[in-house]
Design a protein around this ligand. Structure first.
Ligand SMILES: *[C@@H]1O[C@H](CO)[C@@H](O)[C@H](O)[C@H]1NC(C)=O
Ligand SMILES: *[C@@H]1O[C@H](CO)[C@@H](O)[C@H](O)[C@H]1NC(C)=O
Ligand SMILES: *[C@@H]1O[C@H](CO)[C@@H](O)[C@H](O)[C@H]1NC(C)=O
Length: 439
């Protein structure tokens, strides 16, 4: 009887503690601010992971991933990185903020005593709140309806995950439970994370999509937002922006567009139902609205054509019909200045040898238009990105060149703007920001 009641008390206590955490995170006043940097990735392989993370969610099985030859050429891909204290006592981990993927993962390695910090990876043996997932865990079943990551049971009966691609393993490791410390007084309950062992990248990934196992869902975050700092041509200078979990004090000025949601039962081969899908309405270049049917920005019967707001993809990608209209207009405006037969990373083909400011002036501002008359204005000074020394490209590519069927709004076109993901109200907000000055 005694043991029975103590178990009861324990359960009560756990329920209570859990409630405490959840209720404080749920309060509309919950707000926590972190610095956010926009940096080129340190290793080729992480830029692959980053670039693919959106596609992963987009493709229901690994075998659907098309040939991915473009990936290594995106070595200058810009990532949004935040640092989170993970484990007990906390170890600071750099994580790539990715609204396009679900599973969060950290780089797990035993720290080698001789090598002093900054050793960027996470050492599980130093954390008392770390535990591994056994194969018997429900998460380790081969088919979790809305989780696309293939898991298996390793020889130690631990839950193993791996991303396989044509060129071999991209990331693999074990699924684990670990806490993330949000502040001195607040930490999440143990969350399911990937613990990557077979990689030497510096960064992990903070998966923030709508899936049940994303960080946002597991930590019961109701909204989050970020302000992407203007990237400098000079990569040795790292501009710092802002990331908020919870309420953003600037949100009164945001304009919102509702998320398009898709029933779980609606399984279309090219649709990612867990992505932040918005209703795009059109594109304006230099004040002229391009003649693009809104249909091309919505999923069709096969799920192709959804428009995703993604922090984990660098550039913006448009499906064929929309891309062609954009290119047509750019050619009309600055055709003779285009760098002939030059394609950056197999995807960006509107590039110029010189005078980015002058080219920008000739093209003019660009506006991405959404439902509810929400707009993203891209200033003419930010139409072009320097992709290699002296070469500047319009930051828009053809989705098809990546083998994907969606429109993706990448972080290049989210610079100097607040972007808020309001999970509770199922909407995305945009607001003017002076991101580099926020910290
Ligand atoms: C990174 O990419 C460059 C060029 O694509 C290549 O020369 C280099 O060997 C790669 N490094 C690694 C660690 O794969
Ligand atoms: C980049 O910035 C660093 C530090 O401010 C400076 O030393 C370097 O000359 C700059 N490089 C270029 C190409 O502007
Ligand atoms: C817009 O495009 C459609 C189909 O591409 C075409 O039929 C129509 O004539 C175009 N309208 C204008 C004003 O160019």
């Amino acid at each position: 009887m005694a043991s029975c009641s103590s178990i009861f008390v324990l359960i009560l206590l756990i329920t209570f503690l859990n409630f405490l955490y959840v209720s404080s995170a749920k309060k509309s006043t919950f707000s926590m601010k972190f610095p956010l940097t926009s940096t080129p990735l340190s290793h080729n392989s992480s830029s692959k992971a980053l670039f693919l993370s959106s596609l992963m969610a987009n493709t229901k099985t690994m075998s659907r991933v098309p040939s991915l030859n473009y990936k290594s050429t995106f070595k200058y891909s810009m990532a949004l990185i935040i640092t989170l204290p993970i484990g007990t006592p906390p170890q600071n981990q750099q994580m790539v903020l990715d609204t396009g993927s679900q599973l969060s993962w950290i780089q797990c390695h035993k720290k080698i005593p001789k090598i002093p910090p900054p050793s960027t990876s996470f050492d599980p043996s130093l954390s008392s709140s770390f535990s591994v997932l056994r194969c018997s865990h429900p998460m380790c079943k081969p088919r979790i309806p809305d989780f696309t990551l293939p898991t298996s049971c390793d020889q130690n009966k631990l839950c193993h995950y791996s991303y396989f691609y044509a060129d071999g393993t991209l990331a693999e490791g074990n699924l684990v439970h670990e806490k993330i410390t949000l502040s001195r007084s607040q930490s999440t309950p143990p969350l399911i994370l990937g613990c990557a062992t077979e990689t030497d990248d510096a960064e992990g990934i903070l998966g923030m999509n709508l899936g049940r196992f994303s960080f946002a869902s597991q930590a019961k975050v109701q909204k989050f937002s970020y302000c992407v700092p203007i990237r400098q041509g000079n990569h040795s200078v790292k501009p710092i922006g802002t990331f908020y979990l919870g309420q953003n004090p600037n949100s009164r000025t945001f304009r919102y567009v509702n998320l398009l949601t898709f029933p779980q039962s609606q399984r279309l081969p090219n649709l990612d139902p867990l992505a932040y899908t918005v209703g795009m309405a059109g594109i304006k270049i230099g004040g002229k609205r391009l003649n693009i049917s809104t249909k091309v920005f919505r999923p069709n019967a096969g799920g192709s054509g959804q428009t995703i707001v993604d922090s984990g993809t660098t550039y913006t990608f448009l499906v064929e019909e929309a891309y062609n209209k954009v290119r047509e207009e750019i050619v009309r405006l600055v055709g003779p200045r285009l760098k002939k037969s030059y394609v950056y990373g197999g995807a960006l083909d509107m590039c110029f040898d010189s005078h980015p400011m002058e080219i920008g002036q000739l093209i003019g501002d660009m506006t991405l238009q959404f439902e509810n008359r929400v707009e993203i204005l891209i200033n003419k000074e930010r139409m072009l990105d320097e992709v290699e020394s002296g070469i500047h490209c319009v930051g828009i590519g053809r989705s098809e060149s990546l083998g994907i069927a969606s429109n993706i709004i990448g972080n290049f076109h989210q610079q100097n703007k607040w972007v808020e993901f309001d999970l509770r109200n199922r909407r995305v907000g945009f607001g003017k920001g002076e991101c580099t000055r926020q910290v």
